[in-house]
Ligand binder design. Structure first.
Ligand code: HEM
Length: 453
């Protein structure tokens, strides 16, 4: 590891001296374009080599403006817990999805968070286990022994089916609803790297797809909401919960905010989960020793029966497989923030108004915090918990703005692994390479052969 990494991870400077600090170093780039081409052609490779060479804080000189890459647990602690006010959310989520929980700040966030927390409490989520398994089984029925699937496509599909079937109580047809699936998948287009480096007014094909997809989802949201209003918000789903909260005169959430949650949650809640499960199967496919231990646990705990909520606590090795998967290949690779004032960062100055990319991807593979970071070793979690690794392990973020769907996602991951793993062995036919957007998108659909166990 380069000696340029700051030794003292908790250094601070008072506000008078911050303005005298130098800007962080920037890797050499091309005239005018700066680091744009290097970044756009392979963001992970650029992040990795820049941090190895220049340390935990790097200035990326991009056509759209400088972005500061920050790769140390300190920065996550400060951005998410101790200095949230200095590390503001960027506008991206609000421009993309409107007034949804992921985007808003201050009093508006507090209101929305209170309205939505009503829905995400543990008892509510646990009650979804059975219908989650139904939806996983319905998807598996489309597979056949010896057939080929797109691992990425299938895991995204099942994640969307689970999200819509539970949270929105709008079951999807496993063999249909193509338009809605297309719309949900197009949301990532807003964060296509071309959108980051090109001016906002340029109508790129990615931006067009994003707009069309979001329009489709908003229409669906209005339709579902009208249905729930008619029923008086008495159902078990999130939209009914929001309608009920609103009808209680608490003024926690407006009509627009309710509609905007649908696109926001569809983006935040299906792409991420789908990726995590695709990565888990890919890793299992390539690690026979881990796979055998996984099968042993399934056979011991479930003995061929459908998993239920009562089995979840006993699937301890399966849980470690998911923890390690999310370390090795984190679905959200970067947490974007904007500097609300000049910020001191390991002896450098991040200027007020600057965009920062806090790199989960880098911290999860930093040898200062992980032994053999590139190895997939679920057993590394035998002697430690995620709490021990705080801020060096942050797949769901931390603090008040951490993932509201974490419990939901963890339950879904375990049920998908347990239900499919009892029946099938999935054999990946390609390497896992990345073409990252806002999330860690694989560069190919991950063709995979399905074998009955
Ligand atoms: C493996 C799956 C998931 C991963 C890796 C993940 C990751 C994250 C991360 C890192 C954040 C923090 C972002 C930040 O600080 O800027 C976040 C926030 C959020 N996530 Fe997730 N998420 C997952 C699943 C879900 C699901 C299933 C839902 C909803 C059903 C969801 C809804 C949200 C929302 C609404 C926020 C914003 C919370 C706030 O700002 O108060 N996520 N997620």
């Amino acid at each position: 590891m380069s000696s340029k990494h700051a030794e003292n991870s908790t250094s601070t400077a008072d506000s008078e001296s911050v303005e005298d600090l130098p800007l962080p170093p920037s890797p050499p780039g091309y005239p005018i374009l700066g680091n744009t081409l290097q970044y756009a052609s392979d963001p992970f490779e650029f992040h990795d080599s820049a941090v190895e060479e220049y340390g935990d804080v790097v200035r990326m000189d991009l056509v759209g403006g400088d972005i500061y890459l920050m790769a140390h647990p300190d920065f996550f602690e400060r951005a998410m817990v101790t200095q949230q006010d200095a590390f503001e959310k960027t506008d991206d989520f609000e421009i993309a999805f409107g007034e949804n929980l992921n985007a808003v700040e201050g009093e508006q966030w507090e209101r929305q968070n209170e309205a939505l927390q009503e829905f995400f409490y543990p008892g509510k989520i646990r009650a979804y286990a059975e219908s989650m398994v139904d939806m996983i089984e319905a998807r598996m029925e489309l597979w056949e022994d010896g057939g080929e699937i797109s691992l990425h496509g299938q895991m995204k599909d099942v994640a969307l089916e689970i999200l819509f079937g539970t949270i929105f109580d709008r079951p999807l047809d496993p063999e249909g609803d193509e338009e809605l699936r297309w719309a949900a998948n197009s949301l990532n287009e807003y964060f296509n790297p071309s959108s980051l480096v090109l001016p906002d007014w340029l109508p790129t094909p990615a931006r067009h797809r994003f707009k069309k997809g979001k329009g489709r989802l908003n229409r669906e949201a209005r339709r579902l909401l009208a249905e729930r209003e008619e029923e008086g918000g008495t159902g078990d789903d999130l939209l009914s919960t929001m309608v009920e909260v609103r009808n209680s005169d608490s003024e926690l959430i407006t009509e627009t905010e309710m509609i905007d949650q649908v696109a926001g949650l569809t983006f935040a809640g299906h792409d991420t989960s789908g990726l995590s499960m695709a990565f888990a199967w890919h890793l299992l496919g390539n690690h026979p020793d881990v796979r055998e231990r996984f099968y042993e646990e399934l056979d011991d705990v479930l003995g061929g029966d459908r998993p239920t909520i009562d089995d979840i606590g006993d699937l301890t090795f399966t849980r470690k497989i998911m923890q390690e998967t999310m370390r090795r290949h984190t679905p959200v690779h970067t947490v974007p923030r904007r500097a609300a004032k000049d910020i001191e960062a390991h002896g450098y100055r991040i200027p007020e108004g600057a965009d920062m990319h806090l790199s989960i991807h880098r911290v999860h593979r930093d040898p200062r915090f992980w032994d053999d970071p590139l190895e997939f070793k679920p057993s590394r979690w035998d002697d430690m918990s995620t709490i021990d690794k705080r801020y060096a392990y942050i797949p769901f973020g931390e603090g008040p703005r951490s993932c509201i769907g974490e419990r939901f996602a963890k339950l879904e991951q375990l049920l998908v692994l347990a239900t499919i793993g009892q029946k099938y062995h999935l054999e990946p036919q390609s390497e896992l390479d990345f073409a990252p957007e806002m999330t860690s998108q694989p560069s190919n659909p991950l063709p995979t052969t399905v074998h009955e166990r």
